[in-house]
Design a protein around this ligand. Structure first.
Ligand code: AMP
Length: 292
């Protein structure tokens, strides 16, 4: 496994792999502090592609000044050891200056959907995400790139960017990996103490209740959101930022869940730590096929 710090080196490795060796490149962008959620993406990349590249880059452009860029957990030695175990071929771990050289002034922005949900709570966040992913895609030139459903809106926006800007990369989105308690794995779970970690399971409990209510026939989204809010409000250590039901592809707000897939998503503060989680409701392709 080679650890690459330079963008130029990454580009020449990718060029050689594709042009001379005709090998498919699978790419997993991360901010490090790796956990099993990341590893599930790497596992799939390993299964689907000849060469696996993982980036570890805490991207300043997606943090607002009040957010946790400085305190975000960083441990490249631990991450690199895990990645070697998972038979990753290249780790791309550039410095901030390498990605944003002096005079940097070009940004990629998916209009409209970037301002909803996470974007409404974190202005500028997705401009930073789509910009860095565009830069990383140009450096790595992946055939496939792997993202987690944990960041559902991010996956939607990246798919849109790839389509709109004609990137030659297929986006693969994989399910949320959870701890046995139901808590969605996240690097930010590192901030939680034991009591907060227990309290944080309320996100998944609230979403599970919404799913059960939906399955019992409640398709009115206002009532589903009310149910989610009521559950979160019962947990004294939790403070809700938003809970919302949106079209799982366009992010349009839904009044009721009919034949489109619906994304039920929420952001909740547990102490100072902001956590997100979601569930998709509606007829899956499997259900539709079974009925046909
Ligand atoms: P991050 O390092 O938080 O930027 O995440 C890197 C990638 O891992 C993103 O595509 C995330 O959606 C994905 N990811 C993070 N947590 C999970 C999880 N619990 N399950 C699945 N994917 C995840």
């Amino acid at each position: 496994m080679e650890i690459i710090n330079r963008r130029k080196r990454m580009m020449s490795v990718a060029r050689k792999l594709r042009r001379e060796e005709n090998r498919t490149i699978g790419f997993v962008p991360t901010m490090g502090a790796l956990h099993e959620g990341h590893l599930s993406l790497i596992h799939e990349a390993r299964a689907m592609c000849d060469v696996v590249v993982v980036s570890v880059f805490v991207n300043p452009a997606q943090f607002s000044p009040a957010e946790d860029f400085d305190s975000y957990p960083r441990d490249l030695t631990r991450d690199a050891a895990l990645l070697a175990e998972y038979n990753v071929d290249y780790v791309f771990a550039p410095t901030v200056e390498e990605i944003y050289p002096p005079g940097f002034s070009t940004y990629v922005m998916v209009e409209g959907a970037s301002d909803e949900l996470e974007g409404a709570s974190r202005p500028g966040h997705f401009r930073g995400v789509t910009t860095v992913v565009a830069i990383l895609f140009n450096a790595v030139k992946p055939d496939f790139a792997f993202f987690g459903q944990k960041d559902a809106q991010q996956a939607i926006l990246i798919k849109r960017m790839v389509r709109d800007l004609a990137f030659n990369t297929e986006i693969v989105v994989l399910p949320i990996v959870r701890e046995p308690s139901g808590l969605a794995m996240s690097s930010r779970n590192n901030y939680l103490n034991d009591e907060q970690r227990r309290a944080a399971t309320v996100l998944n409990r609230a979403l599970t209740q919404a799913r059960e209510a939906y399955e019992e026939g409640e398709h009115n989204t206002a009532r589903l959101v009310e149910l989610v809010r009521a559950t979160i409000e019962k947990e004294p250590l939790a403070r809700i930022d938003y809970a919302s039901v949106n079209d799982a592809e366009t992010l349009e707000q839904l009044d009721k869940i009919d034949d489109r897939l619906a994304l039920v998503s929420l952001a909740v503060f547990v102490g100072e730590t902001r956590l997100i989680d979601n569930v998709v409701l509606g007829k899956t392709k499997k259900h539709v096929a079974a009925e046909a």
